[in-house]
Each structure stands twice: as structure tokens, then as C-alpha cells.
Design a protein around this ligand. Structure first.
Ligand code: UDX
Length: 451
């Protein structure tokens, strides 16, 4: 099939390459010339495991191309919208300007004279957007059928998640005939995936839009739930990692997404729960989602808690102390700094006067250009040299594997804050460190904690 993908960030570029790998002829459209040039030369403009190889393969195969010229998308049968919907400055609501621009581009450039085309919406949007886009297309006189087809990919697993999704959702228009045409075209597009038995759910527009924000809200709630339990563990001498394991054996609860720590960040969960609250307010059902305010608040408190832990270990004063932060990205296997808990903790500590050094295996370059004031170094050894406290805030495998004995010889004072609860406390205590986890006291502190 001939396919276009509008917006070539993490979502769109990966989606475009994956669609080409399914045998389709794909054109990716973006307004950013540098990004398009980089993608066309096989260089991913972001860090995503497996993407560079896939991009190379599909460019070489001649089925994939990126362009800034909207005229090139005219003949595609399916147009995926994969532009960003970031949080509006100073507000909870999502910024839909990129979605609006994408729809306008489609209306002005798509040629439906030989038959209908599908707009498949992948971006996370406020419920009601798909119907609105359908109305705009109808008013324009183009035979465009809007199907909302949310994407559930995780950064770091974007390629695998796109070609092996848990489920595929089509939010179809209310008109039955058009819904049928839309379903058939998308079924043809995903034929290879559907043949493997991946569940495909047919819904209306609002359900499909809600599925995406509901899924992200549930995941955010799970993380904040376990972080709330971590606070209880801290107050009582409990261990939240054991608690999570014990409740996780109940398969109604499950073990996934119960890792306590400095909390969730990234380009999706934080802004999606806020946009969902804002939309509920507009719809007059804000009370239904007030719990998400608490989910957000618990999450942000974990960041403050990590800062306070560091402060306590330094006797209440950052000035005159060297602090090493390991990890800046919002999670491992990503260079994404958007709403990163690690970065916010580092910035807070830096602004309170510490001599702060930060490192990250993938995000160091992005960090240097985003925050030139921070002291960014390339290795753990440089970061921890002479440190008074080390904070592990993004759980890269190489940080999980650190040897506490070797590291002990490099620091000035052996204080470690395990902001992701991924270290073995006993090993660090045995090597002479003072260890603090999140909801996971260790050593003398645990013994002293009173219920
Ligand atoms: C998320 C959703 O998982 C994905 O389905 C959706 O399409 C986009 O948003 P992503 O933002 O890539 O994906 O990250 P995810 O792996 O979900 O992690 C989000 C954040 O939660 C990270 O900061 C991670 O460190 C944190 N997290 C995750 C926890 O703090 N504890 C956990 O148990 C799990």
C-alpha cells in the first residue's frame, strides 16, 4: 500500500520504518528539514535501540523516504498522524496545534478523486478530536475517513512494540459504510500483524481516544500507588520491593509497573494524565479524575524526597559538597530528557548550591545542549571522583552492575541513594557505604525505624 506518516519523531519515524518493513511504500513528512535530512541519510535523530538498523535496511530497500514536501503525500491510501501533543505552557491541557497543522496539510494536499483515503490518528489527543477532524474533512469536500488508531509503544522498545503490539484498536466513524471502508484499508495495512493473531478491537472514535489515555492513566496510577506504599515503608521500616513482589503474585494485581523510585517521567505519562484531567473538566466530569491529581502529586513528591535524602546525608547543606548523579534520561535505553525525574532532582540539588556532576550513557549530548550550566561528564569514574553522595536515578544496566568496592575507592564519602531500588543494599553496606533506597531502608536506619 502507499502510506504517509505525518510527523517523524519517536513515534512517526519508527512507525514509518516499521510500515515499510511490512512491505508498504512509505513517505514520512515533517516540517523539520534537519530531521528529514538525518533520517534520509540513515542517521536516527534520537536514540532508540534497533531503529538505526531498521532505518538503513528500509532506506536501502527503496520503500521508505522522508520529505518536507507535502505535495509528495497526495496519492497515499492511508495517512498516519503521528505529531506531538505536548502540554501547553502553564496549563494542563494538550497543545493541539501540530495536529491541526497536520489535518490542514492533509486537506490541502490529499487527492481523493480516485477513491477514499484514511486518516489514521496515532497521536494521543483529547477525546472528541477524531470526530472534529472528521467534520473538518467532510466540510473540505475530500473523501477522507478518520480512524483513530492509538499507539502504545514504549520508548526503548519502539520497534518491537510497533511490529508486535499487544492489541490494535480502530476507532471508526459512526457512518457504517465509511467505517467499513476504513476498517478494510487498515486491515490490509496491518494484514501481516493480524495474521499472527494480535487482537483487533473495533470501537467508535471516543472509545479509541479514551483507550489510550485510560491505559496511560492506569500505568501512572500503578506507579504512584507503589510510591505511596514506599512512603509507608519509609515511615515504618518496611521494604517496598518485597511488598511489591508479595502483592504481585496475585495475578489480579501483577508484578509489572510496581517499581518504586523517583517516579515516572517522559513525553507521555505526565502530560497525558494532565491533559486527561483538563479534558474531563471541559466535559463537566472533572470529579471522575480528581484521583489523577493525587497520582501526579505523589509522583512529583518522590523527586523532592530524593533531594531531601541527599540533603540529610550531607547534614542539611549542599554548599561545599560534591554530588554525583548517575542518569539523566527519564528511563534507561532512551536519551529522552522530557520531564525526567533524574534531571529534575539534579537541577534542584544544583540550584541549592552543590558542586553537581551528572552523567548518562545516551543523554549526555542532549543534556549539554539543553542545560549548558550543568557539569556533564562522560563516565561514572569522572562523575563520582571525590563525591560526598552518589545518586543513581536512571537504572541503566551499567549502573546496576557497578561494583561498590571499586566505587568506594573513588568517592570522598560513601553515601549512595538508590533512586530506582535496583542495587543490592547488603553488598553496598558490606563495602562500607551508607545506603538509602526509596521505601527501602537498610542497615542501622532500618533497625531504628519504629512502627
Ligand atoms: C509510556 C507507556 O508505557 C506507553 O504504552 C505509551 O505509549 C507511552 O507512554 P514510555 O513513556 O516510553 O511509555 O515509558 P514507560 O516505560 O511506560 O515508563 C514511564 C516512566 O515510568 C519512566 O520514567 C519509568 O522510569 C517509570 N516507571 C515505570 C516507574 O517509575 N516504575 C515502574 O514500575 C515502571
Amino acid at each position: 500500500m502507499r502510506i504517509s506518516v505525518i510527523g517523524c519523531g519517536y513515534l512517526g519515524a519508527v512507525h514509518a520504518a516499521c510500515m515499510a518493513s511490512l512491505g508498504h511504500q512509505v513517505i514520512g513528512l515533517d516540517v523539520d528539514e534537519a530531521k528529514v535530512a538525518s533520517l534520509n541519510s540513515g542517521v536516527p535523530p534520537f536514540y532508540e535501540p534497533g531503529f538505526a538498523e531498521l532505518l538503513d535496511e528500509q532506506l536501502a530497500g527503496g520503500r521508505l523516504e522522508f520529505t518536507t514536501d507535502p505535495g509528495r503525500i497526495a496519492q497515499a491510501q492511508i495517512h498516519f498522524i503521528a505529531v506531538g501533543t505536548p502540554q501547553l505552557a502553564g496549563r494542563y491541557a494538550a497543545d493541539l496545534s501540530y495536529v491541526r497543522a497536520a489535518v490542514q496539510t492533509l486537506i490541502e494536499n490529499v487527492d481523493t478523486s480516485k477513491g477514499p483515503a484514511v486518516i489514521a490518528g496515532k497521536s494521543t489527543v483529547p477525546v472528541g478530536t477524531a470526530r472534529h477532524i472528521q467534520d473538518l474533512c467532510d466540510e473540505s469536500g475530500n473523501d477522507l475517513i478518520v480512524v483513530w488508531n492509538p499507539e502504545f509503544l514504549r520508548e526503548g522498545f519502539a520497534v518491537t512494540d510497533t511490529v508486535h503490539p499487544d492489541r490494535i484498536v480502530y476507532g471508526l466513524p459512526d457512518d457504517q459504510d465509511r467505517a467499513e471502508v476504513g476498517r478494510k484499508l487498515l486491515d490490509e495495512c496491518y494484514a501481516e500483524l493480524l495474521a499472527t493473531g494480535i487482537p483487533r478491537l473495533l470501537t467508535n472514535h471516543p472509545t479509541a481516544e479514551l483507550v489510550k489515555v485510560a491505559a496511560n492513566s492506569f500505568l501512572a496510577t500503578k506507579i504512584s500507588f507503589i510510591n505511596a506504599m514506599a512512603q509507608l515503608c519509609d515511615a515504618t521500616g518496611g521494604d517496598v520491593t518485597q511488598l511489591a513482589e508479595a502483592i504481585g503474585y496475585d495475578d489480579r494485581i501483577g508484578k509489572k509497573f510496581l517499581r518504586a523510585g523517583v517516579g515516572f517521567g517522559g513525553g507521555c505519562l505526565p502530560k497525558d494524565i494532565r491533559a486527561f484531567m483538563a479534558r474531563a473538566g471541559e466535559l463537566g466530569v472533572d470529579e471522575a479524575l480528581t484521583f489523577l491529581r493525587e497520582v501526579d502529586a505523589i509522583n512529583l513528591r518522590q523527586r523532592d524526597k530524593a533531594v531531601e535524602m541527599a540533603s540529610n546525608l550531607l547534614g542539611g547543606r549542599f554548599v561545599g559538597h560534591k554530588v554525583a548523579v548517575l542518569g539523566a534520561a527519564f528511563k534507561p535505553n532512551s536519551d529522552d530528557l522530557r520531564d525526567s525525574p533524574a534531571l529534575e532532582v539534579a537541577q534542584q540539588i544544583w540550584s541549592r548550591g552543590a558542586d553537581l556532576v551528572i552523567t548518562d550513557p545516551a543523554a549526555a549530548d542532549a543534556l549539554r545542549s539543553k542545560l549548558p550550566n550543568l557539569n556533564v561528564v562522560g563516565t561514572v569514574a569522572e562523575a563520582v571522583a571525590g563525591a560526598d553522595v552518589v545518586l543513581l536515578l536512571t537504572e541503566w544496566q551499567e549502573y546496576r552492575d557497578l561494583d561498590p568496592v571499586e566505587l568506594r575507592a573513588m568517592v570522598r564519602t560513601p553515601n549512595i541513594i538508590d533512586g530506582r531500588n535496583v542495587l543490592d543494599p547488603q553488598r553496598w553496606l558490606d563495602a562500607g557505604w551508607t545506603y538509602r533506597g526509596m521505601g527501602r531502608l537498610a542497615g542501622p536506619a532500618a533497625a531504628r525505624a519504629q512502627v
